[in-house]
Design a protein around this ligand. Structure first.
Ligand code: HMG
Ligand code: MG
Length: 295
């Protein structure tokens, strides 16, 4: 059975790294990810560069993406200005995002949840009219750094709104890595009452070491698309304490071992991990990467 892996390292990973990478290093990383067989790569983010200076070069990165018909590139857009910047680069897919908790939404995008819906609706409408595909994220589904517990009803409502905007897939985010498998079962079992499993993806951060266990729980619930970051880079700068996404190397290793197919070459993937680890000059969280380097 086929699993789709969405590589979010160049966006979710690098948005939280103190070390600023050059545009050409980012492009080389994305090339290596494409060469490893990743077919979906979130390349950058067209947010306000004052909020995320690490990705201020989103335009340059997206204009120079390696052309490969097998790979779909996407980028985050928070509003029409972001969409316009993405369109100028020729992107065919964008991702809108918001939180299931009021305080994180406000801290992250400076808007209440009620103010956000019409903005995202407008972005989705424009993007669809331009022939783009639109992905959506719901953040803080499993817990909020400011509010703690987040009722699943909030996530259900945001998911429904995103679907009604024409978003083709909704990535369910454990922004601060607090989820455990039981909660993952419960949340997805609730969401699939309204949305088919094919339209949902899992986005787990591994802050407390439960990331891969959460993937297996989501697999049991029928989820077949997972977001991950090369090396386990990542976090959310507006979620204190959030650390990296699950690592792509660890995810792919586990999926292959469980008999799933990804069309990803693990050896080439670890080469990409080693490349970004060297550039950042710190040991990255990916266990498979460290094991392969120790051999
Ligand atoms: P704001 O300050 O309220 O925006 O920010 P504004 O509309 O009032 O505009 C203020 C200034 O920003 C203006 O410039 C705009 O032109 C500019 P000025 O007139 O002052 O010179 N501006 C922009 N510039 C470039 N591109 C744009 C853009 N929009 C406005 N798109 C805004 C609102 C949403 C823009 C801001 O809050 C922002 O950029 N937030 C992004 C925060 C972020 O990127 N967080 C991390 C991503 S989310 C995440 O990581 C979670 C996820 O991984 C899933 C999970 O883990 O759960 C997806
Ligand atoms: Mg994230």
């Amino acid at each position: 059975m086929q699993i789709q892996v969405v590589e979010v390292g160049p966006r979710d990973g690098l948005q939280n790294e103190k070390e600023l990478l050059s545009t050409s290093d980012k492009i080389r990383l994305i090339e290596m990810l494409a060469e490893a067989g990743l077919q979906r790569v979130e390349a950058s983010s067209f947010v306000n560069p004052r909020w995320i200076p690490q990705l201020a070069d989103a335009g340059e990165v997206c204009k120079s993406l390696p052309r490969d018909s097998r790979v779909t590139y996407s980028a985050l857009v928070p509003n029409l200005k972001g969409l316009e910047r993405a369109r100028e680069c020729g992107l065919t897919e964008v991702a809108v995002f918001m939180s299931a908790s009021e305080t994180h939404n406000l801290k992250n995008i400076n808007k209440s949840m009620a103010e956000t819906f019409p903005i995202l609706r407008e972005v989705a409408r424009e993007a669809l009219a331009l022939g783009m595909r639109v992905r959506g994220y719901v953040s803080t589904v499993f817990g909020c750094p400011y509010e703690g517990h987040v009722p699943v009803e909030n996530s259900r409502r945001v998911t429904e709104e995103l679907v009604s905007m024409g978003v083709y897939e909704i990535s369910i985010g454990d922004t601060i890595g607090v989820a455990t498998p039981l909660q993952v079962h419960e949340v997805f079992a609730t969401l699939v009452k309204d949305v088919t499993t094919e339209r949902l993806a899992g986005h787990f951060h591994d802050t407390r070491g439960t990331g891969l266990a959460n993937v297996t729980a989501a697999l049991d619930e029928g989820i077949r698309v997972f977001d991950s970051s090369i090396g386990g880079l990542g976090g959310c700068p507006y979620a204190p304490g959030a650390s990296g996404n699950i690592s792509t190397e660890d995810l792919v290793y586990m999926l292959h071992g469980m008999g799933y197919e990804t069309r990803i070459d693990l050896e080439k993937l670890t080469e990409a991990g080693a490349y970004i680890q060297k550039l950042l000059g710190r040991v990255l969280p990916s266990k498979v990467l460290q094991a392969s380097l120790a051999q």
